[in-house]
Ligand binder design. Structure first.
Ligand code: AKB
Length: 319
């Protein structure tokens, strides 16, 4: 163990983002310095793993002491679609648990805390194109309301207690390693799984629903960049806008069809259409670019090509 290395605890380490972020942090800091936690035990996990229900903050505090943790990446959240089915649970997990984690971090004088926010903080009064960093925020989902509350808490804990909380407003994250759970942007992942299985896809959003999206390698890069930035360079203490690409179900379908010409899609919008309609189309991320050098690398064609290569490789290995 390097004595200068941060000692990191991740909540939600078995989730879509957690799975890949844990591996990146292990590469950076060594397996001995990264403590992965989740309510589910991931299969074939390499490294230190502890089972935890995050509502059990007493156990969380115990693990922080046990492993001499200096930084937390708190990734557990109930996303937009699932949150609408259980708003009470969404509030408890997204707000109450997060506030308790901030309290623990303050009491134990942790060096840094990372908690994601989301484009769900925007609402129908936010400008749809190039949504500014500082703008009208009128979220319509409990997920958006809870993430906006958390953003206010990050700023409050920073101003009042000098707790170094960092955050990004993620667009829909697209990835192939672990499945997302309960989001509105999940269609942009589901569609690939149907395409490589040579099955038609029934999309739960209308063909021209434009949403901001980001490919996992860029999301990981942004997360590490904001966490590594010098504190005095961070002008935003709520959560940074980050943009990467914008597309609609029709556009991603057409891009996939360039690789798999037989692929077919139908549209059957459900309650998630209303959520998507309340969000913005694109993001102004100039604060992130200026403060810590944010620069995405994947656009729609590059992301689709990479997703298909990886998922087809996996499909072949399973066949
Ligand atoms: C969701 O769709 O709820 C999430 C998000 C945009 O934060 N992927």
């Amino acid at each position: 163990m390097h004595t200068s290395s941060p000692r990191i605890l991740i909540t939600g380490a078995a989730g879509q983002l957690g799975t890949e972020l844990t591996a990146e942090l292990q590469k950076l800091y060594g397996e001995a310095n990264v403590i992965a936690t989740d309510i589910r035990t991931p299969k074939n996990f390499q490294g230190i793993f502890e089972n935890i229900d995050v509502t059990n903050t007493i156990r969380l505090a115990y693990l922080i002491d046990k492993y001499k943790i200096t930084q937390i990446y708190h990734l557990v959240a109930i996303l937009s679609a699932k949150g609408e089915q259980n708003p009470t649970l969404a509030w408890q997990i997204n707000v109450e648990v997060t506030r308790q984690i901030l309290e623990i971090a303050r009491e134990k004088r942790l060096e840094k805390v990372y908690v994601p926010s989301s484009i769900a903080v925007f609402g129908d009064k936010t400008p749809k194109h190039n949504a500014p960093q500082y703008t009208i925020l009128n979220p319509s989902t409990i997920y958006g309301v809870s993430k906006l509350t958390c953003e206010m808490l990050f700023e409050y804990y920073y101003q009042k207690y000098n707790l170094d909380v960092r955050s990004l407003r993620y667009p829909g994250i697209i990835s192939y390693k672990a499945m997302p759970g309960g989001g509105t942007t999940d269609y942009a992942i589901d569609i690939f799984h149907k395409a490589v299985a040579r099955k038609p896809y029934e999309c739960f959003l209308k063909p021209d629903t434009y949403l901001p999206m980001i490919y996992m390698p860029d999301a990981l890069q942004a997360t590490l960049q904001v966490m590594h930035a010098e504190a005095h360079k961070l002008r935003v203490r709520t959560s940074y806008n980050i943009g990467a690409m914008t597309f609609s179900p029709r556009q991603i379908f057409e891009e996939i069809q360039k690789h798999l010409p037989e692929f077919q899609i139908t549209y059957q919008p459900d309650f998630r259409q209303q959520i998507a309609d309340s969000w913005v189309h694109s993001i102004d991320d100039s604060f992130a670019r200026e403060d810590w050098g944010w620069q995405p690398t994947f656009d729609l064609p590059a992301m689709v090509a990479d997703m298909l290569v990886h998922l087809q490789k996996r499909e072949m290995a399973w066949a």
